[in-house]
Design a protein around this ligand. Structure first.
Ligand SMILES: *[C@@H]1O[C@H](CO)[C@@H](O)[C@H](O)[C@H]1NC(C)=O
Ligand SMILES: *[C@@H]1O[C@H](CO)[C@@H](O)[C@H](O)[C@H]1NC(C)=O
Ligand SMILES: *[C@@H]1O[C@H](CO)[C@@H](O)[C@H](O)[C@H]1NC(C)=O
Ligand SMILES: *[C@@H]1O[C@H](CO)[C@@H](O)[C@H](O)[C@H]1NC(C)=O
Ligand SMILES: *[C@@H]1O[C@H](CO)[C@@H](O)[C@H](O)[C@H]1NC(C)=O
Length: 302
């Protein structure tokens, strides 16, 4: 392909990106139905204001301006966007107008808590150009603040804390999370319900140590630092995996203890854990921990 045509193509692709793509949730927005009318108010005491849509004085919409209000007649996608009111060159107020969305499927929300401390993390998919925010209805029924979502290639995520969450009480009501998204032209609104006990996935256990004692390996570890106490109440089930000198992997499960012995000559070991009373989500693995090979050779030589 000649270089000039390539340049033109690159230019086209760059220009197709909307000039006013949202980078943050706008402070003021209004949702309208397709073909419905939307009334916007300019928050000012100025008697005469002029309006722009996406910075243009010639909006792509049928409008009626009267005093501080603007009515958009028969809302459609080209009529959506950033409406600003001005006194001469002074910007007075801005409202972002969007069409209510029909797309609610495919958001694929997934939430995860590392413990029963009332903090968790959720992620979901959405249009690449969208901005999202989310808000938690806490376990005591109070409403949390809006949390802006981070975005990465159409995957959105945010972290939440429920300060009223009690790790010792049985959860009687699910938490509710409301998600609100604005893409260039449309509004998305949906909510999910869940119990923390259903989304718990512990952090990996910590401080795994391997000691040779005679013919045996003695392994010891500690629960993840984020796991609540007391241990008698917040029990964990452990999954040990070790690798034999010939490469075979062997599994061993331990419950109610934080140490164990292996009779085998293991090359390396790793460990994971889960809450035996919640849905079975295993923690990520710890890194493989090598067993001192010289020690093993000496042992075999004896
Ligand atoms: C209107 O503007 C005033 C002053 O800036 C502000 O205090 C008030 O919250 C605004 N009202 C709305 C509805 O945005
Ligand atoms: C809307 O337009 C105003 C005026 O041009 C600008 O200051 C503001 O940043 C725009 N907002 C968005 C969300 O594009
Ligand atoms: C939903 O998200 C999870 C985790 O991010 C992913 O593993 C799964 O494939 C997704 N499912 C769909 C239908 O997109
Ligand atoms: C979004 O949905 C919630 C209920 O899930 C509702 O209370 C709220 O009014 C909706 N917001 C808009 C702007 O439609
Ligand atoms: C590896 O060693 C173990 C124990 O010595 C033995 O049971 C297993 O069959 C061996 N596996 C292979 C693939 O040789």
């Amino acid at each position: 392909m000649p270089r000039r045509e390539m340049l033109v193509l690159v230019g086209l692709v760059l220009c197709l990106t909307p000039a006013d793509a949202l980078t943050a949730f706008p402070p003021k927005f209004q949702v309208g139905k397709v073909n419905g009318n939307v009334v916007i108010k300019c928050n000012t005491s100025e008697q005469r204001v002029t309006w722009t849509q996406n910075g243009e004085p010639e909006p792509m919409a049928e409008l009626v301006a009267e005093g501080q209000t603007l009515t958009i007649l028969g809302l459609d996608l080209p009529a959506a966007g950033n409406y600003s009111c001005w006194a001469g060159t002074v910007l007075l107020d801005t409202t972002y107008v969007v069409v209510s969305g029909t797309r609610e499927e495919g958001m694929n929300v997934s939430c995860q808590a590392e413990s029963y401390r009332g903090s968790f993390h959720c992620s979901w998919t959405g249009p690449y150009s969208a901005v999202f925010r989310a808000r938690l209805t806490r376990s005591d029924g109070s409403l949390g603040e809006w949390v802006p979502a981070a975005s990465h290639h159409g995957r959105f995520s945010a972290s939440f804390v429920d300060p009223s969450f009690c790790p010792f009480a049985e959860e009687l009501h699910p938490l509710q999370l409301q998600l609100e998204g604005l893409s260039d032209t449309s509004y998305l609104n949906f909510s999910i319900h869940f119990f923390v006990r259903d989304i718990v996935r512990p952090d990996p256990p910590q401080e795994l140590t391997v000691q040779r004692r005679g013919e045996q390996l003695h392994l010891a570890w500690a629960p993840p630092a984020s796991w609540p106490l007391p241990r008698s109440y917040f029990a964990l089930r452990y999954w040990l995996q070790y690798e034999l000198p010939n490469g075979t992997q062997v599994d061993k499960y331990v419950e109610g203890a934080e140490e164990t012995r292996l009779r085998a000559r293991a090359r390396r070991v790793r460990i994971s854990c889960q809450d035996p009373y919640a849905k079975p989500a295993w923690s990520p693995w710890t890194a493989w921990q090598g067993v001192d090979v010289t020690q093993q050779r000496q042992l075999r030589a004896r």
